[in-house]
Design a protein around this ligand. Structure first.
Ligand code: ADP
Length: 446
């Protein structure tokens, strides 16, 4: 395919389109997945802070007594608590079995207790410096080093239900931001790798997609070359005959008759070829079976045997019809095409048989099918030729075909007619011993 510039260019164009469309889809899907992941992470982060804040709120409020003063009981719940009026005790014990509070022991979290005037009462962890913003529950804070924290503020009440002060719980964004930057990196590296993989896959996919088109293109080219070749021989013969007769000074009546008979022979060969080609193209184009009518295969085969008997007799061949059933077998079809189908097969059996050979035509039925066998004891077909004999212009034995005037279209026409009638044809042969052609057609059920 790559040697043909037309197909090579078309393949390139198709591959570029494939890669472009698939690449755009991949990019959109990648960016969409990233956005969804960012959203899910953000939501998870908020839920986590809220959950920790809620648990602390429920745990601490019953312990709080005097407003703006830290209760000593809180120290038991938050061992890292640092009260501004007292020296900071860094007690790290008995933390392992307290999950929520354990979370606040990690470097990611800090807790800030403020009195009702927003002055610091106590802290847990490392606080970033920030103004107190009474209006916003959620606040994004950035410290001097550029580290960001997400903070949740809530009012605490004491055990008597009076406002005690504020608790701010914040979480470092470092882990979240690192995770996102790793995901972005994966996306940035993954997308080009994905695009390269798509480009390579597209190149191979276009080959698979274009292969059937390329094969039919080659077949058409081969067919055109074969037609030209077949037409050239009779045309060259006519031309040579005419030129040689023109070169003669005197043309006797006998010579004229010979010349005209050569021209007539070649002309009928040309007509036969053109007629066969027209029939083939009609069979290719016509797909409708609306003009089909019931055809009796017994009658068609009997007529053909009668018609071809004299031809068989000239080669001393024994041609006979063997009807395996008394029933008349009908198929829906085009009678003249069916006639042509069996005529081609029986004529071939006669052509490719040796003197004193035997040709048997059998007709039988099986379930919903009518089956015809055309058997001969002729020259047979070599195994290497057998797969190709139904191809257009294929001739297994070119020398013999030439003498019989065969163009190699007979079996191609037979196959096209059988397919048009939704049937099947196959050949079995033993080289040197004979051949059998089996035609099965859908039977008209009465
Ligand atoms: P042709 O016009 O050459 O007969 P066909 O398409 O009818 O073309 O047949 C194709 C080739 O198949 C023939 O050239 C011949 O070699 C082979 N063939 C067809 N029928 C028979 C047969 N009954 N016995 C042996 N060879 C056959």
């Amino acid at each position: 395919m790559n040697q043909n510039s037309l197909f090579f260019r078309a393949r390139w164009r198709l591959a570029i389109w494939y890669s472009g469309v698939m690449g755009i889809i991949l990019c959109i899907a990648g960016v969409g997945a990233y956005q969804m992941m960012v959203h899910a992470h953000w939501q998870g982060l908020q839920d986590e802070i809220e959950s920790v804040a809620g648990t602390l709120h429920d745990t601490l409020e019953p312990m709080l007594q005097q407003p703006d003063r830290m209760s000593p009981y809180v120290q038991n719940v938050l061992p890292n608590l640092c009260v501004v009026t007292e020296p900071c005790a860094k007690n790290q014990q008995n933390l392992s079995n307290r999950h929520i509070l354990g979370v606040t022991q990690t470097n990611a979290y800090y807790i800030h207790f403020r009195d009702r005037n927003h002055q610091t009462i106590a802290t847990v962890g490392n606080l970033p410096e920030a103004e107190f913003n009474q209006n916003s529950v959620w606040q994004m804070i950035q410290d001097n080093q550029g580290h960001r924290y997400y903070q949740f503020s809530l009012l605490l009440k004491n055990s008597a239900g009076l406002p005690w002060g504020y608790m701010q719980i914040g979480r470092s964004m470092a882990e979240y931001e690192q995770h996102l930057s790793e995901s972005r990196l994966a996306l940035l590296l993954g997308l080009p790798i994905g695009l390269v993989a798509i480009a390579i896959a597209s190149w191979y996919l276009t080959k698979i997609a274009m292969q059937p088109v390329y094969t039919s293109y080659q077949q058409i080219q081969q067919f055109t070359a074969d037609v030209a070749h077949e037409l050239r021989t009779p045309l060259a013969a006519i031309r040579a005959t005419v030129e040689s007769s023109l070169a003669m000074d005197v043309l006797l009546e006998n010579d004229s008759r010979n010349i005209l008979s050569v021209i007539e022979r070649q002309n009928s060969r040309l007509s036969q070829l053109v007629g066969d080609l027209l029939l083939l193209s009609r069979l290719d184009i016509e797909t409708s079976s609306s003009h089909f009518s019931p055809c009796c295969l017994n009658d068609i085969l009997s007529d053909l045997i009668e018609e071809l008997a004299p031809l068989a007799l000239t080669s001393n061949l024994n041609l006979k019809l063997n009807l395996k059933t008394e029933t008349r077998i009908f198929v829906m079809g085009n009678e003249s095409q069916l006639y042509r189908l069996f005529s081609n097969l029986i004529a071939n059996a006669i052509q490719y048989s040796n003197v004193n050979g035997k040709i048997t035509v059998c007709l039988t039925m099986q379930d919903r099918e009518a089956i015809a066998y055309i058997r001969d004891t002729g020259i047979g077909i070599a195994p290497q030729d057998l797969p190709y004999i139904f191809d257009r212009f294929y001739r297994a034995n070119r020398d013999r075909s030439r003498t019989t005037g065969g163009s190699g279209l007979g079996l191609a026409i037979a196959k096209a007619i059988v397919h048009k009638h939704r049937g099947n044809v196959q050949a079995i042969s033993e080289f040197g011993k004979g051949s059998e052609f089996i035609v099965s057609l859908p039977r008209l059920l009465t």
